[in-house]
Design a protein around this ligand. Structure first.
Ligand SMILES: Cc1cc2nc3c(=O)[nH]c(=O)nc-3n(C[C@H](O)[C@H](O)[C@H](O)COP(=O)(O)OP(=O)(O)OC[C@H]3O[C@@H](n4cnc5c(N)ncnc54)[C@H](O)[C@@H]3O)c2cc1C
Length: 271
């Protein structure tokens, strides 16, 4: 389908796309707050302050990350351009080094994709440990962001309404779907890919495989303490399951045994 590119205002573009893409989305068609285009990309790059990135990048609530991924994904900015801009402005520091490392993850996934092609959409290695539950399809409450777990629902809601989700929240959601619900990782990866503005075959599928341990040495898991710490308590304070029924409210040892039937040392490949 050839889409029009001559509409100048965002309102006109939104109305046109809502009409042209009718049937491909559900619910009201609202434009993402993330703006497309080279000028928007450069504005965001210039506004990004990398100081404290190493310490705060996992903090889901504070949002100190760059949010440059949609522009990098679609070639509006290049990795080299972003790296050079940050090094020129902030010099060589532990924060810029950490940031460049993250850019390198994107480059690495692209190299793996270039080598393996469509094989990245299948298990690259046997899972080191498999969840004790298994179901193929996504539960409806994941599609409607109504699982009852505020950390999961708000992360999904953000994905559905803006096309963005913080990296740490992606890790939580991917781990929840795979290890707690036993969903096949490809189902979750498809869901992310459909909604992410930075949706990228390599970064997406390989990250899901990293969480699931088909492209890493152990499954990634998290617990309530981790959610509390990296969200400043904002999710758990409002969660109806905070006082009973939170499936993440266990030690890592207990989670390893309950989810995978092994000790934490076994899960981590230490024994
Ligand atoms: C399950 C899962 C699915 C993911 N799917 C995608 C995807 O489809 N597309 C995508 O671009 N990223 C994906 N990522 C990686 C990462 O979550 C996003 O790149 C990051 O959240 C983008 O936000 P940012 O630009 O604010 O990141 P920043 O922290 O500001 O990082 C700067 C840039 O470095 C790159 N980067 C950072 N972290 C990673 C990472 N872990 N892997 C690869 N590149 C990284 C991105 O290009 C990012 O824009 C996924 C991660 C997980 C755990």
């Amino acid at each position: 389908m050839q889409l029009r590119t001559d509409l100048t205002t965002r309102t006109e573009q939104a109305a046109y796309l809502a009409d042209a893409l009718a049937g491909l989305y559900q619910g009201p068609a609202t434009p993402s707050p993330i703006r497309g285009g080279r000028w928007a990309a450069l504005r965001r790059l210039r506004a990004f302050d990398v100081r404290n990135y190493a310490r705060t990048r996992n903090d889901v609530a504070r949002r100190t990350v760059s949010q440059l991924s949609p522009y990098l994904r679609h070639g509006v900015l290049t990795l080299a351009e972003v790296r050079d801009s940050i090094l020129n402005r902030f010099g060589h520091t532990p924060d810029t080094e950490k940031f460049v490392n993250e850019l390198a993850w994107r480059a690495f996934w692209q190299i793996v994709y270039a080598h393996l092609g469509e094989r990245i959409h299948h298990d690259l290695e046997p899972a080191k440990h498999r969840s004790r539950v298994a179901r193929r399809s996504l539960p409806p409450e994941v599609l409607t962001a109504t699982t009852g777990l505020v950390c999961i629902d708000e992360s999904l809601q953000e994905l559905y309404t803006t096309g963005y989700m913080h990296n740490h929240a992606r890790m939580w959601v991917a781990a929840y779907l795979q290890h707690w619900l036993g969903v096949d990782w490809r189902e979750g990866a498809d869901l992310f890919y459909r909604h992410l503005l930075d949706g990228d075959p390599a970064s997406n599928s390989l990250s899901w495989q990293w969480v699931g341990s088909t492209f890493s040495h152990k499954p990634y898991i998290f617990n309530r303490q981790n959610v509390e710490r990296f969200s400043g308590g904002t999710f758990c304070n409002r969660c109806p399951l905070a006082n009973g029924g939170c499936p993440f409210d266990e030690s890592y040892e207990q989670l390893a045994r309950r989810l995978f039937g092994v000790t934490l040392a076994e899960l981590e490949g230490r024994r």
